[in-house]
Design a protein around this ligand. Sequence first.
Ligand SMILES: Nc1ncnc2c1ncn2[C@@H]1O[C@H](COP(=O)(O)OP(=O)(O)OP(=O)(O)O)[C@@H](O)[C@H]1O
Length: 199
Amino acid sequence: MMLEAKRIHYRYNRSKEWVLEDISLEVNAGETVGLVGNSGRGKSTLGKIFAGQIEGYEGEVMLDGKPIPRGVYCPVQLIYQHPELAVNPKWKLGKTLAEAGEYDDGLRKEMGIREQFLNRWPNELSGGELQRICVMRALKPQTRYIIADEISTMLDAITQSQIWNIVLDYAKRNNIGILVITHNENLAKVICSRIIHLH
Ligand SMILES: Nc1ncnc2c1ncn2[C@@H]1O[C@H](COP(=O)(O)OP(=O)(O)OP(=O)(O)O)[C@@H](O)[C@H]1O
């Protein structure tokens, strides 16, 4: 089982400058790989390409040797840095959490998502509480890979370590591969078995 990007080239709006030029990388099932690089190097763009959120690139993204299925729940789930931009502001959080079907209520408690949060609107939660919902939403049985794009950057150290412990433990139990996009090389060193630098 493997998620691969092969010879990806991408530029926004036919701009002269390529954001990504001939990028290839792979993440095996159950592996945690760091993608580290300075601001503006195209890390988030690559994350979106992996998760099927950007079209029109050159090259291929393959999951177990096949194109990633479209029009169904995406087995490659992207979690962003800014949870407030990742949820529908017109949905109560219980609906957001259940968007892709049933969820594990034990995992909800483990994630520190209180039952009363489910009946609130996104603007009635703190950033850390909302990020727990976004992380949990990505941990569905159909998920095979997670693209974690700066998911803990705006969290305090305790919340950051709690969330990573849960995600890493869940990934281990379910053989999920994770691409950890971060500026924080120290974080990548602690949680990743391999680090790729995007120059
Ligand atoms: N929607 C867009 N339209 C045009 N250009 C964009 C768009 N999104 C990103 N870019 C540009 O593409 C380049 C790469 O951006 P990207 O967000 O992928 O980098 P990054 O490495 O993730 O940066 P950071 O670490 O700051 O998040 C940047 O120069 C950015 O300005």
